[in-house]
Design a protein. Structure first.
Length: 292
């Protein structure tokens, strides 16, 4: 668990950090009250699966808000929901009031990209991907390959592939990847590229595998990978060349834009419920001035 998740922060500091890191979290805000309540409208609290930052007033009511938010985060929900909490029977508190809480759910990174290679194209691609809600695991076997200025935020994590007696230990790097990630291979060395594609295919659980290079490069790789025992179906899943069709620019940034655009086209649409937010009628009933 990150050190920052072990100590409470003001809600706004936690929200900024979690948004930058594309980590799952919820923002709970009191938007309406009636009667005696522990906090006023505008009070906010940030909730993650591991921690809580700031407070809505404490007590059983707050625990119910936390439980509601964490259940939704556990399902991968995103969007908004409006919850009503009577401070009586449901909460075990005797304030006698009524609290409406708006819970805004952020599911975190939409996908993980494992990028192998910190050359000109790799660096340009990280620049393109950094603002997107993707987590990027960035690898290179060279000690001085990464730029001096790291990308902003926690979403991009730089990792060096450890050296071994017979070359970089690519299998160890590949075996540490999360299941379902999108892998992009563009190192400085063709032998390292081939070893990475071999290791990624042996895992068998990547969402996609892309290799930078020409059709002739892939024909050579494909023959060697076929000899290594990979079947036709697995080899057919490797994209080489990479990038959206029709993108012919060869500048690093042009290639990076084409590759990022291709990732946008191949990632599956998230299976989520209707994201139109809290129904308008519910909002009117909740916030309309009382006519009594």
């Amino acid at each position: 668990m990150p050190l920052s998740e072990q100590r409470p922060e003001p809600w706004h500091a936690a929200l900024d950090r979690l948004q930058r890191g594309a980590r799952p979290h919820a923002l709970a805000s009191i938007v309406g009250v009636a009667g005696s309540t522990p906090r006023e409208p505008g009070a906010k609290m940030v909730i993650t699966p591991e921690a809580v930052h700031d407070t809505l007033g404490g007590g059983t009511f707050e625990l119910q808000v936390i439980e509601t938010a964490r259940e939704a985060l556990g399902r991968g929900d995103a969007g908004t929901r409006l919850e009503a909490f009577p401070l009586g029977g449901r909460s075990g508190q005797c304030c006698g009031g009524y609290v409406h809480v708006l819970i805004e759910l952020f599911a975190g990174a939409e996908m993980t990209v494992a990028l192998f290679g910190a050359g000109h194209v790799g660096q340009a691609l990280v620049e393109v991907m950094a603002p997107l809600p993707w987590r990027v695991l960035w690898f290179d076997s060279r000690e001085d390959a990464f730029p001096d200025t790291p990308p902003e935020g926690e979403r991009v994590r730089r990792r060096r592939i450890a050296p071994g007696a017979e070359g970089p230990r690519v299998e160890a790097a590949v075996n540490g990847l999360p299941a379902g990630c999108h892998a992009l291979v563009m190192t400085h060395d063709h032998a390292e590229d081939r070893a990475l594609v071999d290791a990624l295919l042996r895992r068998g659980d990547c969402a996609s595998i892309g290799l930078i290079g020409s059709h002739s490069k892939w024909a050579s790789f494909r023959r060697r990978l076929d000899e290594a025992g990979h079947d036709e179906a697995a080899l057919a899943g490797v994209r080489c060349p990479i990038g959206v069709p029709g993108a012919v620019g060869k500048r690093p940034y042009e290639i990076a834009l084409a590759v990022a655009a291709e990732l946008l086209t191949i990632r599956p649409a998230p299976e989520r419920a209707d994201r139109r937010g809290v129904p308008a009628e519910t909002l009117r009933e909740t916030f309309s001035p009382s006519r009594d």
